[in-house]
Design a protein around this ligand. Structure first.
Ligand SMILES: [Zn+2]
Length: 106
């Protein structure tokens, strides 16, 4: 990803994150493999990749990172908000619709 020349993406690639998603595949560190909440967070990114398409996802993610940093990157905010909903939810919710609605509101 840093081949598009964005400094922050280089940092991200080097960064020590628990998980990362590329297209429809995500990777988690072994030590967090049992963390259901984190699996859910990465699955939200899978939905984002699919809804936005690879090129647009990367452009949006990189732009968000440049502008707002990691945690406030709009795509991360959606993932963290969905994750929080998942964590405290006792009822079923439509995660794909949640992501789709939030993306439309950006
Ligand atoms: Zn994330």
């Amino acid at each position: 990803m840093s081949s598009i020349g964005l400094r922050r993406l280089k940092e991200l690639e080097r960064g020590d994150y628990e998980g990362i998603t590329y297209l429809d595949t995500y990777f988690l560190k072994r030590r967090v493999a049992g963390d259901e909440s984190l699996h859910f967070h990465e699955l939200i990114h899978v939905v984002q990749w699919r809804l936005l398409g690879a090129e647009f996802f990367i452009a949006m993610y990189a732009g968000g990172l440049e502008k707002f940093g990691y945690r406030n990157n709009p795509l991360e905010k959606i993932a963290y908000d969905a994750q929080e909903l998942f964590d405290r939810s006792t009822a079923v919710f439509d995660a794909e619709k949640f992501v789709s609605d939030r993306l439309s509101a950006l």
